[in-house]
Every structure is written in structure tokens, then in C-alpha cells.
Ligand binder design. Structure first.
Ligand SMILES: C[S@@+](CC[C@H](N)C(=O)[O-])C[C@H]1O[C@@H](n2cnc3c(N)ncnc32)[C@H](O)[C@@H]1O
Length: 255
């Protein structure tokens, strides 16, 4: 699904927020030293790296269906066990982990309900299961502004805010509760990413990474240029370095 260069492109795209988000998600989940921790949909390994800092790489397992992401995560987190596979059919025993986390993943699962039940199965009794999804409809500034700019120029633009599941607190809470999790709490987490200039933000969109990148890459050059201009205008035409904030909804429950 992703080539090695696409994993690098992801890190310059939405993945730019992942290290900061991993810190916040681990804090929300109450990750403690020496826990056995699982990172589902580990991508290029930002969360696995943060987990390794907290529990030791030898106690971290990551899984992702993309071989090139798995390769990138293995390089990023030496000593961790990182395997190819899917949330819906985890190759792990019942009760194997103290903490299972899925950062920006459940909305991409083919069968999210089955996937979250699998996450519960591999987590021990009274363990923790935490996950988060961008606030696509509100305060994920980069993607929200991008899709608003796209919609202003193209009424057919496929806004992720309209299509992504579990992007509201109620829907995410229901996913956790329906999987049998107890003491479910949903809260916002806000993170930031920095850009050298507007091109630093824009260039990864043109590589086709993610739904917004795929949309950008599908446009003819003049329509792509118009979208770039409208996107920049809606961010107050940054001149030089700037920072964007992004909000997720985060669900934490007890197994
Ligand atoms: C937006 S990325 C998030 C990556 C990483 N967790 C992060 O925070 O940067 C979504 C990830 O979900 C993975 N994914 C897609 N379908 C999956 C599935 N069925 N099971 C597990 N992961 C899946 C993708 O390969 C990708 O790495």
C-alpha cells in the first residue's frame, strides 16, 4: 500500500503530528514502565518509539498491514517486535498486553467493530485500551482548512470530515463501549506541528499520500495551483515559519 518513500512522505504530512500526539496518548493511557504495550496500526513507528522510551523497546510490539511502514518502524525502534498484520486478525494470544493503543487508526479499519474487539481480546483483564481519531470536522486545522479550500473550488471534493467514521466523541465512545470496555472516557488532545514555510506544508500533499494527497495529486496543474493558493489564503498566507494545531478525540477504556 505504501512504498518506502511514501512512509517518508507520511512523516512530512500527517505524521509530522505523530510524535507529539504519541506523548499525549501515552499520558492519557497512563503508560507505565515495564508494561507490555501494543501499537496497532503503528505506521512509521512514532507511537512505538514513545512507548519504547517509557516501557523499554523489548516490551513494545507494533503491527501494521503495510510492509514498508513496518520496515520504517523497525528502523525507528530497534529492539521492538514489529510485525505485518491487521487489527481485525491479530496474531497474538489472549491477554498478552497490559496496554493496547491505536493512534489515528480505527477510522481506517475495514471492520472497526471487529478490530476493536480483537484489541480487547489481546489485552489482559483490567488493562487499558486507548485510541484517537482526528477531529476532521473541527479543529484538525491542516486537514479542515485543506478540505474547506477544496470545497470552495470543487463541490465534488471528497471531504474527509464528511466521510470519516469515529470523528466525533459520541461515535468513538460507542465503539469503545460496544466492544465491552468499562470506564470509557473520551477527551480532546491538542498537538502542534511546525512548518518552515507554506511550501513545507503543501509539498507532501502533491505526493498523493492519504486521501487529501490523493485528491491533490489527481488535479490538473492549474487546478492544483488554484487549490494551493486558496489553501494558503485560508491560513492567512504565511510568510516564513508557522505552527498549526490539531485536535483528536481520544478514547480510553478498561478491559
Ligand atoms: C493515519 S496512519 C497512523 C499511523 C501511526 N499510528 C501514526 O500515528 O502515525 C493509519 C495507519 O493504519 C494502518 N492500517 C490500515 N488498515 C489497518 C488494519 N486493518 N489494521 C491495522 N492497521 C491498519 C495504516 O497502514 C497506517 O499505518
Amino acid at each position: 500500500m505504501f512504498s518506502g518513500s511514501a512512509a517518508a512522505a507520511y512523516d512530512r504530512f500527517v505524521g509530522r503530528y505523530s510524535p507529539h500526539l504519541a506523548t499525549e496518548l501515552c499520558d492519557a493511557a497512563g503508560i507505565e514502565a515495564r508494561q507490555q504495550a501494543l501499537d496497532v496500526g503503528c505506521g512509521s513507528g512514532a507511537l512505538a518509539a514513545e512507548l519504547a522510551r517509557r516501557v523499554g523497546a523489548e516490551n513494545v510490539t507494533g503491527i501494521d498491514p503495510s510492509e514498508s511502514f513496518v520496515e520504517a518502524a523497525r528502523k525507528r525502534v530497534p529492539g521492538a517486535r514489529i510485525v505485518v498484520g491487521s487489527a481485525e486478525a491479530l496474531p497474538f494470544a489472549d491477554d498478552e498486553f497490559d496496554a493496547t493503543l491505536a493512534q489515528l487508526v480505527v477510522n481506517f479499519l475495514a471492520d472497526p467493530e471487529r478490530g476493536v474487539r480483537e484489541l480487547v481480546r489481546v489485552t489482559r483483564h483490567a488493562g487499558v485500551l486507548a485510541g484517537c481519531v482526528w477531529d476532521y470536522r473541527g479543529e484538525m486545522t491542516m486537514l479542515r482548512t485543506f478540505w474547506d479550500a477544496a470545497a470552495a473550488l470543487d463541490s465534488e471534493a471528497a471531504d474527509e470530515g464528511a466521510s470519516m467514521r469515529f470523528a466525533t466523541p459520541d461515535e468513538l465512545r460507542e465503539l469503545w463501549a460496544d466492544a465491552g470496555l468499562a470506564q470509557v472516557r473520551v477527551a480532546p488532545l491538542v498537538v502542534e506541528a511546525s512548518y518552515e514555510d507554506f511550501d513545507d506544508l503543501w509539498q507532501p500533499f502533491t505526493t498523493g499520500v492519504g486521501p487529501a494527497g490523493a485528491y491533490t495529486a489527481s488535479l490538473q496543474p492549474e487546478r492544483q495551483a488554484a487549490l494551493r493558493a486558496e489553501f494558503a489564503r485560508r491560513l492567512d498566507s504565511p510568510d516564513g515559519a508557522f505552527t498549526l494545531s490539531a485536535r483528536v478525540w481520544c478514547a480510553v477504556g478498561t478491559t
